[in-house]
Design a protein around this ligand. Structure first.
Ligand code: MLT
Length: 407
């Protein structure tokens, strides 16, 4: 769910002696904004009707700029994680006049039942929180590989689709693909350092990410997969192909490139690493956001993507940037993919890996098909899920074979 924004005016009584909106009032505003979301949606008594209460377990508020009496603040809300009994919401407050970021709040809620114990999130609440989830049946679980806990969304049964997200994102990038392909099992991990996975200080490389995925498949009992990888996920996919080729029975390369970083690109990674260390994920999110989505992307989607990026840990950011900087070129790998069914997709408005790049990549892979997705930028699976899923579904049908869905 990404709610419609609500706007509040700052009153003098909510401010401290210096005239800034004070911390307690911020908390109250964030809470009021959540009530508004309920009132505008399923009703303020949603939780009561379902016999549960969402108790705040943790709240982290970051203040970015002061707000003064008379100013209007716009509050936007997005759900960034939904588990069995708990969920995480991210709220963003911006000054309405100039869009300046004023504060963000990340709150973890646990559903408490009548017995005062944590209970599974009722379906009606789940549907309100994440209407985009294709079904209420979610299987989120941690899987430990190489001593690192990897968060995995594992749904359905059948041959497996393994989705690998880009930078600095997490598995929720694939929220519209999770469980959306009947007859297929969808496996969606958060790479180490991102999303809800552990973020060790060191040890990031394309090889590590690829070996994590292979070990994860071992743990969940999957031999081979159709690998669906976006952007940095594509760089991981190339490494996975170098190291674990027999485990890939089909390949989807979304908004990615085969070339290694240029000298200039490597310098830009170093700058971004320094920025990540100094400004953390919110700064990297601010820098990346303008490049990621199509011009017409709706504001709630922008906020959801910002929240996804801003949730990344600093070691995860720095590690991924170093891994991208050091990744080998994969252009010579492309012709060797002969015989591997491959689909290349790209958003028509992708500013990071533009369509011409994907066209060239598709040409270099024998037999590969290309799909250009209209009205999408770099994150087509999230921006135009129906179109993306249609292309993926068609590709899966063409894969066919005795182990295909319904085959
Ligand atoms: C990504 O989306 O994964 C990154 O933008 C890729 C990159 O920076 O090369």
């Amino acid at each position: 769910m990404s709610g419609v924004p609500v706007v509040f005016t700052v009153y003098p009584g909510d401010c401290d002696a210096y005239g800034h909106l004070n911390q307690a009032s911020f908390l109250a505003y964030f809470e009021r904004a959540r009530w508004h979301m309920l009132a505008d949606g399923p009703g303020m008594d949603l939780f009561e009707r379902e016999g549960v209460w969402p108790a705040v377990r943790r709240a982290v508020i970051e203040y970015h700029a002061p707000a003064y009496p008379g100013q209007s603040l716009r509050f936007q809300l997005a759900v960034t994680r939904i588990g069995r009994t708990s969920f995480t919401m991210r709220q963003v407050a911006r000054r309405d006049a100039d869009d300046e970021l004023i504060a963000t709040a990340e709150s973890v809620f646990v559903c408490i039942g009548r017995g005062d114990a944590a209970v599974p999130i009722p379906d009606a609440v789940r549907r309100f929180l994440v209407p985009a989830l294709p079904s209420a049946e979610t299987s989120q679980r941690p899987v430990t590989v190489h001593g690192v806990e990897i968060a995995l969304d594992d749904r359905g049964s059948g041959p497996a689709l393994l989705f690998v997200h880009g930078f600095p994102l997490n598995g929720t990038l694939w929220r519209h693909q999770a469980g959306a392909f009947p007859g297929w099992r969808t496996l969606i991990p958060d790479l180490r350092g991102m999303g809800r996975s552990d973020a060790p200080d060191l040890g990031y490389s394309m090889a590590t990410y690829a070996d994590d995925l292979a070990a994860l498949l071992d743990v969940v009992g999957v031999d081979d997969v159709v690998l669906v990888a976006l952007s940095m996920g594509g760089y991981v996919a190339f490494e996975f192909l170098r190291r674990h080729r027999p485990r890939v029975r089909g390949l989807v390369l979304a908004d990615t490139r085969a070339q290694a970083d240029s000298a200039e690109g490597r310098r830009a990674r170093e700058t971004a690493m320094a920025d990540a260390r100094e400004g953390g994920a919110p700064l990297i999110a601010e820098q990346m956001l303008p490049k990621l989505l199509a011009k017409g992307a709706p504001e709630p989607l922008r906020e959801a993507v910002r929240a996804m990026m801003a949730a990344t840990s600093v070691p995860g950011l720095v590690g991924a940037l170093a891994a991208m900087r050091d990744r080998p070129d994969a252009t010579e790998l492309l012709p060797t993919l002969q015989g591997l069914p491959t689909l290349v997709t790209v958003g028509a408005e992708d500013a990071i890996t533009p369509p011409a790049m994907s066209e060239a990549m598709a040409k270099a892979i024998p037999g590969a098909k290309l799909a250009v997705i209209a009205d999408a930028g770099h994150l087509a699976p999230l921006e135009q899920p129906e179109l993306f899923n249609r292309h993926l579904q068609l590709f899966l049908q063409q894969l066919g074979g005795p182990t295909g869905p319904g085959g």
